[in-house]
Design a protein around this ligand. Structure first.
Ligand code: HEC
Length: 128
């Protein structure tokens, strides 16, 4: 009989703690989401370098002067986020490349989702 109020108090305390914990977790998620685009752009620049995009492509923002693929400073304004991610992951959705010079088709397997997101953020920012 005496234990019941204690249990109720404990339950209430746990519930209150949970609410506080959850709402502060929500706050920090919002904060990191707000600062994400900048981090993505910086990280994306290094993804561009690590995956050798600049060997083939010219892109001013990466100081890249690759002569093999299309000039990305000219091509990027035609792309939105989804089209760009799709082109990187699957450059030839209709099958074999038409020309001899070709874009590697295995970036989708070699990149994490995070790397792809960062790369796309960097490229979109570079195209502005
Ligand atoms: C071995 C050379 C090579 C590498 C490395 C390469 N690409 Fe390409 N890329 C090409 C060629 C060639 C094309 C044109 C092929 C086509 O679209 O038919 C192309 C096309 C593109 C296009 C479309 C351009 C347009 O005119 O619409 C984008 C965007 C692109 N590449 C981004 C990248 C990114 C980002 C990377 C690095 C992750 C990369 N490429 C790595 C050769 C390369």
């Amino acid at each position: 009989v005496k234990a019941a109020p204690l249990v109720a108090a404990a339950v209430a305390a746990v519930a209150a703690f949970t609410v506080v914990t959850l709402s502060s977790a929500g706050d920090s998620r919002e904060r990191s989401a707000a600062s994400e685009p900048r981090a993505g752009v910086v990280e994306g620049r290094s993804v561009f370098a690590r995956f050798g995009c600049g060997t083939c492509h010219t892109l001013h923002a990466a100081r890249a002067r690759g002569p093999i693929g299309p000039n990305l400073d000219e091509a990027l304004p035609r792309y939105d986020r989804d089209a760009l991610a799709a082109k990187i992951v699957e450059p030839y959705p209709d099958g074999a490349p038409r020309e001899f010079a070709q874009m590697p088709t295995d970036f989708g397997e070699r990149m994490t989702d995070r790397e792809l997101d960062a790369l796309v953020a960097f490229l979109l920012a570079a195209a502005e």
